[in-house]
Ligand binder design. Structure first.
Ligand SMILES: [Fe+2]
Length: 446
């Protein structure tokens, strides 16, 4: 579970979707107005909009920043000469895919080590998503900040603890925790001591649509369960006053741009609003399942969702498979064999995933079961699950697998198919061609 041997030195607000006020200097927020003629301490007011001005009140996202200089104060952006192929063409293919763990690039930072695995849709029209892997062995320079204008990023660390400084404050993000950074918010990712020499690796889901990550509806589950709002942690204001030259790296329509400025992008002294980065400890998830027979759809494990305009249909769900008890009677307990109109990208943070106990799906690797690609437990797991005695059973101890499930058909980048050299060419054959025939027609004999 979360490595609490690494203490978190930062302070947080608690409660997803709440409206917060945060001051790093007492009385640095103006009283009873957002943009006074003279904000306290000579700060500038700057509004950060995460939704259209006219979005319905319950969907409206905005934060007012009170900063030393406006973020408009910079030299114009120019395109980077060596972008990381983040806008690469992606190909949709019907085969199931699985990858060995991606190599950690010790020379890279969080930004230079970012690689596109797959994508669907289109960034400029705000319709689609990208899936990335990051690996790094170095911290970003203190004077560098990154933001994505393309979408909200959900970051899933698999190895390495990240110390993330954002415009709105700082967050420590350990494996088994996740971080969401909404579109536009600037941040710097450092490797946290004392284990920074081990490097870091993780997965990123970037949603390009106008909506944001939110808690799923609970329906008949009631008013608590799954991920609870109070367990989400939001940073508190913390600023840097610097006149050193800083670099802003912008991901804009899949390309990386660079600009410089003579002030820190982390000069926000105070803020108030409901548009902010947040983290969540996956160990706090309240897992719900069957106590009679069968098991529910994996949507019962949804932590966060970005909804499309079609009711109940996600642009992307972030789903986890935590340690849990299986007690179903007369039940095939692993995830059933399955074809889905949605696409399913999976990663493994630690341990063994209970549907793939015959090996091959290991921490730091990944799999993609695209739209209508048949999948399910591997042959060995299926055989054992069909024959075992059905006693109450704890599965997934010490393990955490996750899924990005999307209504889009995910294309795969050339880097993912060939460049990374991690594709398991025999995944399909090894997993499912060994599933035994057991059909016996009536009267066919033994
Ligand atoms: Fe599935």
């Amino acid at each position: 579970m979360t490595d609490f041997l690494i203490p978190d030195p930062h302070t947080y607000h608690h409660g997803l979707s709440s409206h917060f006020e945060s001051e790093s200097i007492p009385h640095s927020l103006p009283t009873a107005r957002n943009s006074p003629q003279k904000p306290p301490y000579g700060l500038y007011a700057e509004k950060l909009s995460g939704s259209a001005f006219t979005a319905p009140r319950h969907l409206n996202k905005q934060t007012w920043l009170y900063r030393i200089l406006p973020s408009a104060s910079h030299i114009p952006f120019t395109i980077c000469e060596s972008p990381n192929a983040l806008e690469a063409e992606c190909r949709q293919i019907p085969n199931q895919l699985r990858w060995d763990p991606f190599d950690v690039d010790d020379s890279a930072t969080f930004i230079s080590g970012l690689r596109l695995l797959g994508s669907a849709g289109d960034i400029p029209t705000k319709n689609g998503l990208g899936i990335y892997v990051y690996t790094c062995g170095r911290s970003m320079p203190d004077t560098e900040a990154f933001y994505s204008a393309d979408g909200d990023m959900l970051i899933v660390p698999q190895a390495g603890t990240l110390d993330v400084r954002t415009e709105l404050g700082r967050l420590l993000v350990r494996p088994m925790e996740i971080l969401v950074v909404p579109r536009g918010i600037r941040y710097n990712v450092a490797l946290h001591e004392p284990r920074e020499s081990e490097g870091a690796r993780g997965y990123i889901l970037e949603t390009w649509t106008t909506g944001h990550f939110e808690l799923p509806e609970l329906g008949p589950i009631g008013s608590n369960g799954l991920a609870n709002a109070r367990d989400f942690q939001i940073p508190t204001a913390a600023y840097i006053d610097s006149t050193a030259t800083h670099t802003i790296m912008a991901k804009f329509n899949g390309k990386l741009f660079r600009a410089s400025q003579n002030h820190s992008p982390f000069d926000v002294v105070a803020w108030h609003g409901n548009y902010y980065p947040f983290k969540y400890d996956l160990g706090r998830f309240n897992t719900i399942g069957s106590i009679s027979y069968d098991h529910p759809d994996p949507s019962i494990f949804t932590v966060l969702t970005v909804q499309s305009a079609v009711p109940g249909t996600a642009v992307a769900d972030f789903v986890i498979f935590p340690p849990r008890w299986l007690v179903g009677e007369d039940t095939f307990r692993p995830p059933w064999f399955h074809r889905n109109c949605m696409s399913e990208f999976m990663g493994l943070i630690d341990g063994d995933y209970d549907a793939k106990t015959s090996g091959g799906f290991v921490p730091g690797g990944a799999s993609l079961h695209n739209v209508m690609a048949g999948h399910g437990p591997d042959a060995g797991t299926a055989e054992r699950a069909s024959e075992c005695e059905l006693k109450p059973q704890k599965v997934g101890a010490g393990s955490m697998a996750f899924m990005f499930e999307s209504s889009f058909m995910i294309g795969v980048s050339e880097w993912a198919l060939a460049g990374c050299r991690k594709v398991q060419e025999e995944y399909n054959v090894e997993s499912w061609t060994g599933v035994k025939r057991r059909f016996k027609a009536p009267g066919a004999g033994t």
